[in-house]
Design a protein around this ligand. Structure first.
Ligand code: BG6
Length: 498
């Protein structure tokens, strides 16, 4: 289904996210005939730029994103892109925006549907929404747009209090149905397929609990450093940047109860319930079960990489973490006692994200060559990216006259089976937003539940730096030794892909 016509107004249009993700995603939807028949894209940012300069930038973005060479389609797409510059807090700039929106396409009336995308730091969210609302741009109804939706790019707030404040502010101006909080990990094909794997197959669910699962590991490893986002990253750090959102959302999909229907209300509610079941931290677990690290110089993919302190816009004595590893528990019947290990970091050995579910060993070995404790476990690995797919390790008889065992992998590779690489997460989420489907977006309660888990860690680090040392790790490694030790203490180890 194609969405109804709409204007897409992007704040922060000269920024990195718009260049790398949003413009290519919108183009890709357009090239696949999934954009509305009538639409325009109106960029807004402080940088002074003409429409043509913005179009040129958009063209470069498409080239950099390796979009297929289709000059006519690109030209048509670019003709729908416009730009307005101004200060995010200046009411006059919004008037210009409003006038431009009205003239963007002669087929459009001011009362067309509107999608506002705030690719901006959270401090700017309240003023932008206030100004939009003052101009009547977010109004919905008979004498206004049939719908006006606002997408908020993460981070949603800086901590629990600021997220609550922001919510209060937004709900005084917008109806909850107009608010779309994005976490692009939920739009990844392989993250969505966690739900399909769990709930479209009968064979996993009966085993999906503390009775048969020994531990779960979630890794999101990046080989890149902070790139040119030093300013943002210094104030965020890995915990806010990756755990408050992506990591916890993935965890909730892997461990939540089955929703009754694949609809926003049901899916969001189960995700929230799961997050609320995560065992609260104690001073002991904050100290013993969480490791933070920061990369030092090293070699990544055979190239020298500078340490975090030598990256652009980073304070020489910065204590911002670029790696976090943690162990946590979920206090409910299904997951009691199952350790969940999660880690994410920049400048790690390679880019690799996966969810690995390690099952318990068989309860008794009938084979003379191995005791019960020597029998290897089955491991189900959901490969999120790259090399998207699923691997299930099973054990079988090694051919030959003797009774020997061989371990092998039943695996499926997304690209081989479907013949395409998975589309970018933003495509799906932008389309869902235009269609008004909130299933893959975050609810207010979901964001709060995630901050409730992350806030005590941030406070502990701030108040007790002596009890939570910042470990250094070499760029190109798998993180600090303390992260390996965290698992070794429980008799486990990280699965480090070769
Ligand atoms: C973003 C973070 O949300 O996710 C970045 O701000 C991170 O720091 C990125 O690099 C990772 O996303 P992906 O889709 O490349 O895995």
């Amino acid at each position: 289904r194609r969405p109804d016509g709409c204007g897409i107004i992007i704040f922060g249009a000269s920024g990195d996210l718009v260049y790398r993700k949003l413009l290519p995603a919108l183009y890709h939807l357009y090239a696949r005939n999934l954009m509305p028949e009538k639409f325009y894209i109106l960029g807004f940012a402080r940088t002074d730029m003409t429409d043509d300069a913005f179009r040129e930038r958009a063209r470069e973005a498409l080239v950099d994103a390796h979009e297929p060479d289709a000059p006519e389609t690109v030209t048509k797409f670019l003709s729908k892109c416009m730009y307005v510059s101004g200060d995010y807090k200046d009411p006059a700039a919004y008037k210009r925006l409003q006038t431009k929106a009205a003239t963007c396409d002669c087929d459009f009336s001011e009362k067309e549907n509107k999608l506002f995308y705030l690719a901006l730091p959270p401090q700017l969210h309240p003023s932008v929404v206030s100004r939009l609302s003052e101009c009547g741009l977010t109004a919905e109804g008979e004498n206004a747009s049939p719908w006006a939706r606002v997408v908020f790019e993460k981070p949603f707030g800086h901590d629990l209090n600021s997220a609550l404040e922001l919510d209060k502010h937004l709900s005084s101006m917008l109806d909850p149905s107009q608010i779309f909080r994005i976490d692009h990990y939920l739009g990844k094909e392989t993250v969505q397929s966690i739900l399909m794997l769990r709930f479209a197959n009968i064979m996993f669910e009966p085993l999906w609990s503390q009775r048969y699962i020994d531990n779960i590991q979630i890794t999101v490893a990046e080989s890149v450093g902070v790139e040119h986002r030093g300013g943002y990253y210094e104030s965020a750090g890995c915990l806010r940047d990756m755990f408050q959102n992506h990591m916890l959302q993935m965890l909730s999909l892997v461990t939540m109860e089955p929703p009754t229907r694949f609809e926003a209300e049901f899916v969001q509610a189960e995700r929230v319930k799961l997050l609320r079941a995560i065992r609260p931290w104690s001073e002991r677990t904050l100290k013993d079960n969480i490791v933070r690290g920061q990369y030092a110089a090293g070699t990544v993919h055979n190239e020298k990489a500078v340490g975090y302190h030598d990256e652009a816009n980073i304070a020489k004595d910065s204590a911002t973490e670029t790696f976090v590893g943690m162990k946590l528990y979920i206090d409910n019947w299904r997951w009691q006692g199952v350790p969940i290990y999660m880690r994410s970091g920049k400048r790690l050995h390679m880019r690799e994200s996966e969810v690995a579910v390690t099952f318990k060993r068989v309860p008794h070995s009938m084979f003379g060559f191995a005791s019960q404790h020597e029998m290897p476990a089955n491991i189900l690995v959901m490969k999120i990216q790259p090399n998207e797919g699923v691997d299930l390790t099973i054990h079988t008889k090694q051919p030959g006259p003797k009774t020997c065992m061989a371990s092998l992998s039943l695996s499926f590779k997304y690209e081989e089976v479907f013949g395409i690489t998975p589309p970018d997460a933003y495509e799906r989420l932008l389309l869902d937003c235009m269609l008004g489907d909130r299933t893959l977006f975050l609810s207010r309660k979901g964001v709060e539940a995630a901050w409730t888990i992350v806030d005590p860690i941030l406070n502990f680090w701030r108040d007790h730096p002596d009890k939570a040392p910042l470990h250094s790790y070499e760029a190109g490694s798998w993180g600090p030794q303390a992260s390996d030790d965290l698992l070794l203490r429980s008799g486990h180890q990280w699965r480090n892909p070769p």
